[in-house]
Design a protein around this ligand. Structure first.
Ligand SMILES: *[C@@H]1O[C@H](CO)[C@@H](O)[C@H](O)[C@H]1NC(C)=O
Ligand SMILES: *[C@@H]1O[C@H](CO)[C@@H](O)[C@H](O)[C@H]1NC(C)=O
Ligand SMILES: *[C@@H]1O[C@H](CO)[C@@H](O)[C@H](O)[C@H]1NC(C)=O
Ligand SMILES: *[C@@H]1O[C@H](CO)[C@@H](O)[C@H](O)[C@H]1NC(C)=O
Ligand SMILES: *[C@@H]1O[C@H](CO)[C@@H](O)[C@H](O)[C@H]1NC(C)=O
Ligand SMILES: *[C@@H]1O[C@H](CO)[C@@H](O)[C@H](O)[C@H]1NC(C)=O
Ligand SMILES: *[C@@H]1O[C@H](CO)[C@@H](O)[C@H](O)[C@H]1NC(C)=O
Ligand SMILES: *[C@@H]1O[C@H](CO)[C@@H](O)[C@H](O)[C@H]1NC(C)=O
Ligand SMILES: *[C@@H]1O[C@H](CO)[C@@H](O)[C@H](O)[C@H]1NC(C)=O
Ligand SMILES: *[C@@H]1O[C@H](CO)[C@@H](O)[C@H](O)[C@H]1NC(C)=O
Length: 873
């Protein structure tokens, strides 16, 4: 196949000899052409130029950085160490200019490690709303909260993992395995966060599709295993995994976090091809690249490969040593790293700072990640710097209202044989399941939500926030029924069979809550090391449903889950009268599900993934055991772009509930497709040269100027930019100091560089967003209730290697009964293009293209052809 032949391999010939950028080799019985793939070198690292709407921020950043000393620039780039300051990550400060130590804080759904904050619906849940306005508002409100706590960089949104395999532990932090839906969601989220004056850090770049073996480490059962390598080809990269990153860059994301694992056998945070060529080159990223926590594995090599900030700063958590910090100071002083590269890193950080207007926000960090105590040590690990550390500022505003609305709008009605909506006057309402009530330890009972007790409203790991409260479904249903004078009873122990049976048989309606959880790999829950071990319900959910529905002919199932679950055992039972997928709804969980159950809101969410009938239908499994001895497990993405619905379509597998599916309490009809060709010029590859790399200011060559100030207070393991000796080798404390590597050709070259044809502006060549077609259809509400319909537009690109259809437009329309609305979608050049590995650009193929509009990926009643003949390249 074409894509196998023309991979990153193109540049294999330039294999390079420096630490860890490529480490092919090892053993694997798999003969895949991707096996032990290598990543081509690309140098020098592109310098920021202030393109797009970044010119003013860039000018301000340049002026700021020009005043800085070498030590101050190093401070901006290097974290001061794990638990060295208030946030999950802080860099050094610039006291001379009154510039604070920038604060980076988790997470993509709220503020981690803080009180008086909101717990928003997770990314993979809000995706099910398919609502651009809600994507933006959620981002904006999260941004407002971060801003008011004194956070400079919110460590979110997450779009890697994309969700190649539904068992991937952190999929729920992101949006959807569809790159278009994810691209729209991430762009609106980035705009929201940044409009509130906080830098968004889009993560994890890239291919961070599983938790097992994401980092090199010691494992109980296997000993040392090196980080997994996600191996993929250039076409899959562009058409699938990179697609939403292009949208995030185009939306102006100020920061991007590089991933833990390797890509094509090169560590993501020192992968020059991905960071220099793809992200800063082709996508024209103007902000800065920050490492994931401990994902930096080298000093000089990662500078050359485009890393701009190391987090949390140490070679290892609390080692007190850094690949940068003193080593970065030394590498400039000994002439290995040119000044322009450090200047560029500092300028990129400051460009993002000015771009979102942080110079106008003056809120010092007023919380501490490591304790909720009001007074304590600001240097938590060192145990020094006692003072006021937590001001307990309530930053939630009235966000609870939108959280409730967002959660309800993200709820997907999968089945309804007329049971819903409930009237609230049912004679006997029963509620079943551990998932119906708050667990006995309270909603925050397990650190980082690292257990599955009680109702599930977020996954586990660093992508969490503490709940200010958690409204459980049982509480909200009780309020509802009691206020109508009805009877409501519950059993929240899934294994209390006798009680379940006696109550089920008396029920007019039984509502069963079930769940499935996952999270980040540093916590194992019920044997699941981040990634799920299976797609079935947890806590014997299938048995619970079976036990209730055997005795009650009006059983409603509500699923709280991180992604697809297997519903085979119950979905088609006649006693299951309704099924709802409620995702991970956040703090207003119960109120939101009650709004849907009792009809205050008409469900309009649609599945952002496919529900199949077995895990194997989704394609290659995750790697749970080493496949390469102690070397990097080789994870070959041989399925290419065929994940989720594209895989089901390709293999002709009938899903149970397809991507994009969701019902309403009303009905809609589709009619009148109209396609208008919009005049646009020919696609012009970007040409020309960049400016030369600027150097900003001078630095002293007197080594004495870099020594620790005599009066410096030095908290234990705190990372400073200073040297402890005028002997650079001694100051470096690196046993390999001065070892002559052949640094990659071009790494130090600051002369003008050729521009990249597919590049030219943040996000890529601006002409990729030229609108070529406008599509319109009429949607009519044919039922008797007002409702929302998520109208979806798919394209068939027509080639033998293309998916049957790909999502390329959607809108959520609110329509009154009997009324009609017009759906409109703009089809851009990017939408109808394929990545061409030979020309390294997007091209429109000669294959006939069709646009389809409908209610889901498999319910597409309207179609029209798109005449792209004028645009073929
Ligand atoms: C690869 O595996 C073969 C067979 O198990 C073994 O003989 C050989 O030493 C291995 N090579 C490496 C580099 O580990
Ligand atoms: C670097 O940052 C540390 C920590 O904030 C600060 O104490 C030190 O003064 C800074 N150094 C310089 C040269 O600004
Ligand atoms: C290269 O990687 C290995 C294994 O991850 C690690 O032990 C070593 O420190 C790395 N070397 C450098 C220079 O980063
Ligand atoms: C410099 O980096 C090396 C690893 O390359 C590390 O071993 C050493 O501790 C670092 N030095 C300092 C002072 O942090
Ligand atoms: C320069 O400094 C860096 C950082 O300590 C070190 O890794 C490198 O080996 C040094 N190079 C030379 C030529 O001394
Ligand atoms: C609660 O969580 C703990 C820790 O994960 C687990 O051992 C226990 O079984 C859970 N209890 C229930 C009822 O799920
Ligand atoms: C799947 O994993 C969940 C959570 O660990 C567990 O409760 C369930 O029993 C597993 N299912 C199967 C079929 O093994
Ligand atoms: C449905 O519920 C009724 C009780 O209302 C029961 O008699 C019947 O066996 C149930 N059917 C199934 C398929 O569970
Ligand atoms: C459910 O069972 C009740 C009696 O338990 C019966 O009155 C009702 O008609 C049944 N409903 C359906 C849809 O079978
Ligand atoms: C250290 O001394 C310098 C020069 O006298 C002074 O400017 C600075 O404020 C002092 N720093 C501390 C932490 O006392």
């Amino acid at each position: 196949m074409l894509w196998l032949a023309t991979t990153f391999l193109a540049a294999l010939a330039h294999a390079q000899q420096y630490p860890n950028n490529t480490s092919p080799g090892g053993n694997d019985t798999d003969n895949s052409p991707l096996n032990f793939a290598t990543s081509p070198p690309f140098y020098p690292s592109p310098w920021v130029e202030g393109t797009g709407d970044w010119a003013q921020a860039y000018a301000q950043a340049k002026a700021f950085v020009s005043q800085l000393t070498l030590l101050e620039k190093v401070n901006l780039t290097t974290g001061t160490g794990w638990q060295s300051n208030k946030c999950v990550g802080n860099v050094g400060s610039i006291p001379r200019l009154g510039f604070p130590a920038l604060c980076m804080q988790d997470s993509p759904l709220g503020i981690r490690f803080a009180d008086y904050v909101s717990a928003f619906p997770a990314g993979g849940t809000i995706a099910a709303s398919w609502d651009r306005g809600e994507f933006y508002r959620r981002g904006y409100q999260m941004g407002q909260e971060h801003r008011a706590k004194g956070v400079d960089v919110q460590l979110g949104p997450a779009i890697g993992p994309l969700g190649r395999n539904p068992k991937g532990g952190r999929n729920w932090e992101g949006y959807s395995p569809d790159p278009y839906l994810t691209g729209v969601a991430v762009a609106d989220t980035v705009r929201g966060i940044q409009d509130a004056g906080v830098i968004a850090c889009t993560k994890h770049f890239i291919m961070n599709e599983q938790e097992h073996f994401r980092q090199p480490g010691q494992f109980e059962d296997f000993g040392f295993v090196d980080a997994l390598s996600a191996n993929l080809d250039d076409k899959t990269l562009h058409e699938l995994y990179l697609w939403p990153f292009a949208d995030a860059v185009r939306a102006g994301t100020g920061a991007i976090m590089c991933a833990y694992q390797k890509v094509n056998n090169s560590q993501a945070c020192q992968n020059s091809y991905l960071q220099n060529y793809i992200l800063k080159g082709e996508l024209g990223f103007q902000g800065f690249i920050m490492s994931d926590w401990d994902a930096q594995h080298s000093g000089v090599a990662s500078s050359f490969a485009g890393l701009d900030m190391t987090m949390p700063g140490g070679t290892d958590f609390n080692s007190g040593f850094s690949f940068w910090g003193p080593n970065l100071t030394v590498s400039i002083l000994n002439g290995t790293v040119p000044q322009w590269r450090l200047d560029d890193a500092a300028t990129r950080i400051m460009t993002a700072y000015y771009y979102v207007g942080r110079d106008k926000v003056n809120v010092p960090t007023n919380f501490d990640s490591w304790t909720r105590d009001t007074y304590g040590n600001v240097h938590y690990y060192a145990g020094t710097g006692y003072g006021l550390i937590n001001e307990h500022v309530d930053v939630r505003g009235d966000h609870f209202r939108s959280i409730r609305r967002m959660a309800a709008k993200s709820t997907v009605l999968l089945k309804n044989s007329g049971a819903l909506p409930l009237s609230g006057t049912e004679k006997w309402t029963s509620v079943f399941g551990d998932d119906a009530a708050v667990g006995k330890y309270g909603p925050n009972g397990c650190p980082d939500r690292g257990c599955n007790n009680g109702t599930l409203a977020m996954g586990w790991g660093s992508g969490t926030a503490d709940f200010p409260y958690l409204i459980a479904p049982l509480e909200a249903i009780k309020n509802e029924v009691a206020s109508n004078g009805g009877v409501v009873q519950s059993v929240t122990d899934n294994y209390a069979y006798n009680q379940i049976q006696s109550m089920a048989s008396q029920s007019s309606v039984a509502i069963v809550f079930v769940n499935a959880d996952s999270g980040e790999g540093y916590i194992t829950v019920d044997g699941n090391m981040g990634d799920r071990n299976n797609l079935t319900l947890w806590g014997s959910g299938d048995a619970l449903i079976q036990n209730v529905s055997a005795l009650c002919n009006n059983t409603i199932v509500v699923i709280h889950s991180v992604g697809p679950v297997l519903v085979n055992s119950f979905y088609d039972s006649e006693n299951i009268t309704a099924i709802l997928w409620a995702g991970l709804p956040g703090q207003e969980s119960g109120n939101a599900i009650a709004d849907i159950l009792y009809g205050r809101r008409n469900p309009g969410g649609k599945l952002p993934f496919t529900i199949g009938s077995s895990v194997s239908e989704y394609g290659p499994d995750l790697i749970y055991e080493p496949t390469n001895g102690h070397g990097s497990p080789q994870d070959n993405f041989e399925e290419g772009v065929f994940i989720d619905y594209r895989a089901f379509d390709k293999k002709n597998i009938e899903p149970i509930y397809e991507f994009g599916f969701g019902l309403s309490y009303t009905t809609f009809s589709y009619s009148d497709i109209k396609v208008v060709k919009v005049p646009a010029g020919a696609y012009t590859p970007t040409t020309g040269q960049t400016m030369a790399a600027p150097t900003l200011g001078n630095y002293s060559r007197n080594i004495e100027d870099y020594l620790f100030p005599a009066n410096a207070t030095r908290p234990a393991t705190f990372i400073f930019p200073y040297l402890n000796s005028t002997d650079l080798g001694e100051a470096s404390q690196d046993p390999d100091y001065g070892v002559e590597y052949t640094w990659p050709a071009g790494a130090t070259d600051g002369s003008p560089q050729a521009r990249i044809a597919a590049g030219g502006a943040p996000g890529g060549n601006p002409q990729l967003w030229d609108v070529l077609f406008s599509v319109e259809t009429t949607i009519t509400n044919t039922g008797s209730r007002a409702g929302d319909e998520v109208v979806q537009c798919y394209l068939s690109l027509g080639g033998p290697e293309d998916p049957k259809v790909v999502l390329r437009g959607f809108d959520r329309l609110s329509i009154q009964p009997g009324q009609s609305a017009t759906f409109h979608a703009d089809i851009t050049r990017r939408d109808v293009s394929n990545w061409d590995t030979v020309s390294q650009n997007w091209v429109i193929s000669e294959y006939p293209k069709t646009v389809h509009v409908g209610a889901s990926s498999r319910n597409l009643p309207l179609e029209a052809s798109l005449d792209t003949s004028d645009y073929q390249s």
